[in-house]
Write a protein that binds this ligand. Structure first.
Ligand SMILES: C[S@@+](CC[C@H](N)C(=O)[O-])C[C@H]1O[C@@H](n2cnc3c(N)ncnc32)[C@H](O)[C@@H]1O
Length: 221
């Protein structure tokens, strides 16, 4: 399981922390991984445990409605939601990541797309009954955090649910990526018509000595 902080050394090689181009490094990283120059980042075939334990057993297949996975990477979370029964869309800013997700999941029912959380297609706004955001906001320079958080919120349909999973910030966490979230930053998902259902602190997968992760659920009235 991917430690939410473990990829710092690889991404640092790519000049990723440039605040004037806060998202440009993702495509460079994914393309470098495709070419075998760096290890494949965020590489997992199983759903994140914080999603899996929240969403239930994949064999049920009884969920209904639309779901979207933000910053989907290689697609494991999107495939899980699809197996649960959601009509699932998954997007990433990196065309190479989206191509890799499609290759990794042949025959998938998920609609994979290139998309930027900071410039969302109008058709996606308010369109999803379930929005899942795992580790994208924390991965991008804090200079655009408010815009990313607003983008995530905007995807949630009336009556819909948002699940956000992010590393918990600790003292001295300014030297990202990643840039983990403070309590105020995780609570900020619960504004503009959304309200918090639960905000939990869980151990980070594989790293019990770290401050852990937020798993936060929000609902739009
Ligand atoms: C830390 S990775 C997490 C990937 C996946 N969610 C996971 O948990 O394994 C962050 C992902 O967000 C994508 N991303 C970064 N900025 C984005 C943006 N503005 N819009 C959409 N995706 C973005 C990156 O390309 C990357 O795949």
């Amino acid at each position: 399981m991917t430690d939410p902080r473990s990829w710092q050394s690889e991404t640092a090689l790519l000049g990723n922390a440039d605040p004037s181009d806060p998202t440009g490094w993702f495509e460079r990283l994914w393309a470098s991984a495709r070419d075998g120059d760096v290890t494949m980042p965020w590489d997992r075939d199983e759903p994140h445990p914080a999603l899996a334990t929240w969403a239930g057993a994949p064999s049920s297949g009884t969920a209904s409605g639309t779901a979207v996975v933000v910053g989907c990477g290689l697609g494991a979370d999107a495939e899980h939601l699809s197996r649960l029964g959601y009509e699932t869309t998954a997007f990433d800013i990196s065309p190479t990541a989206v191509a890799a997700a499609r290759d990794r999941n042949p025959g998938s029912s998920v609609t994979y797309a290139v998309g930027d959380l900071l410039d969302l297609p109008r058709a996606w706004v308010g369109a999803f009954d379930l929005v899942v955001e795992i580790y994208t906001v924390q991965a991008v320079n804090r200079s655009v955090r408010d815009g990313l958080t607003a983008g995530v919120r905007s995807l949630v349909a009336p009556g819909g649910t948002l699940l956000a999973v992010q590393a918990i910030a600790e003292e001295g966490d300014d030297d990202g990526p990643p840039w983990p979230l403070t309590r105020a930053e995780i609570e900020a998902f619960g504004t503009d018509g959304l309200s918090a259902v639960s905000i939990e602190q869980l151990p980070a997968p594989g790293t019990p000595n770290r401050p852990g992760i937020w798993r936060a659920e929000f609902r739009r009235a």
